[in-house]
Design a protein around this ligand. Structure first.
Ligand code: ADP
Ligand code: DP6
Ligand code: CO
Length: 356
């Protein structure tokens, strides 16, 4: 038996991925770009054991066993990493070296998220990135991160971006086999230390519509999505990359808020409409705009973004974060309507790569 444990961070997109052109390979309808958050605050921690005595691949998520017999995405990750391991074993044996036949053993996966699962805080991103990274370590693969990102992508699209720290683009690619649909680091975590993120947990409840199901209904029914993927995102990706390279918070903030709003507009344009934001989410949007309007030098001081759920992530320069936390605490003092903010407020100060 062999056992390995690794952790992987969450990433929160500032240009959102929403829509697949190929649902089995998980190929997206547009490029996307995200910030990887510090994993000492939010992470998935995954332990995987392989043993010749195990009779099936099994998963325990947050202490409870999940039935993964029909989970095609997890099996994609098992299949791809096992194929790499099998090639490695063959090579070792060809050189006369002894190697454990791990590629033929079943695995038991035990994973914990230290934040709400399936609540729009990117648990599928950290969870599936942790799965693939841990499998790669378990199997002693020397595969590079770009290649691993192609495997993680087949577990959950957003997971491919969690294999890198800092600012990460997922290039949609154009090949039918997905070979060029992978994550690329735009800038490392050290590039913009002044940028911080505040996670506001509005609700830790599981969302009503999963990202996977929601985005395919959008692809089927939303005319606005066609405009977004053809006209809006390609231009925004260029502007966003430049804003990050220039550490231009003004442009970064405007694009981030606009893209979050357009993503939620596309959800509303879906039939039947998908409502991820709630009254508290909308009140946070209003608060951030009022805070920006009151800026003494007229410059933006904060930007919100919401994934597929009601929870807000506020990006801001370090100098304003203390005040933003005070404002949030003042206007949203605690439990109301089943909503709450996590205590303590989570400020993410740095981004790190994966931890083995
Ligand atoms: P989120 O907004 O949290 O990413 P999704 O609807 O995209 O929500 O995905 C949630 C699903 O991701 C979970 O129901 C589970 O199947 C999978 N998932 C989440 N965390 C993990 C994990 N640590 N290991 C394996 N799978 C996970
Ligand atoms: C709104 O990666 O969770 O968070 O590929 O079906 O697993 P699947 O979906 P997922 O979708 C994430 C959507 C988003 C935007 C983003 O992270 O880019
Ligand atoms: Co997800």
């Amino acid at each position: 038996m062999k056992t390995v444990t690794c952790t992987a961070p969450v990433n929160i997109a500032v240009i959102k991925y929403w829509g697949k052109r190929d649902t089995s390979l998980i190929l997206p309808t547009n490029d996307s770009l995200s910030v990887t958050l510090s994993q000492d605050i939010l992470h998935s921690k995954t332990t995987i054991s392989a043993s010749e005595t195990f009779t099936s691949d099994r998963l325990w998520l947050n202490g409870k066993e999940e039935d993964i017999t029909k989970n095609k995405r997890m099996h994609n990750c098992f299949r791809e990493t096992r194929a790499l391991r099998a090639a490695f074993e063959e090579e070792e044996r060809r050189h006369g070296r002894e190697v454990a036949p791990l590629s033929t053993w079943k695995v038991h996966v035990c994973s914990e998220n230290n934040f709400p699962t399936a609540a729009g805080l990117a648990s599928s991103a950290s969870g599936l990135a942790a799965l693939v990274f841990t499998l790669a370590k378990l199997f002693d693969l020397s595969t590079n991160m770009s290649y691993l990102s192609r495997i993680a992508r087949q577990g959950s699209g957003s997971a491919c971006r969690s294999l890198f720290g800092g600012f990460v683009a997922w290039e949609m690619g154009s090949e039918a086999d997905g070979s060029d649909s992978l994550a690329v680091q735009v800038a490392p975590e050290s590039h913009w230390p002044d940028l911080q993120a505040l996670i506001c947990v509005v609700s830790d409840a599981k969302k009503g519509t999963s990202s996977t199901e929601g985005m395919q209904n959008t692809v089927k029914t939303s005319p606005l999505l066609q405009h977004r993927i053809k006209e809006v995102v390609p231009a925004r990706m260029k502007q966003m990359k430049q804003a990050i390279l220039d550490r231009d918070f003004e442009t970064f903030a405007n694009l981030t808020m606009q893209d979050s709003n357009q993503f939620h507009a596309v959800c509303l344009d879906t039939l039947p409409p998908i409502f991820y934001l709630n009254d508290t989410s909308r009140a946070i949007i209003k608060l951030v705009h009022e805070y920006n309007n009151a800026s003494p030098d007229g410059k933006l001081r904060a930007a919100y973004t919401f994934d597929a759920g009601p929870n807000a992530v506020i990006y801001a320069p370090k100098e304003h974060m203390k005040e933003i936390i005070q404002l949030v605490a003042h206007y949203f003092p605690g439990a109301a309507d089943g909503s709450y903010f996590a205590d303590p407020y989570r400020i993410l100060q740095s981004n790190e790569a994966l931890g083995a």
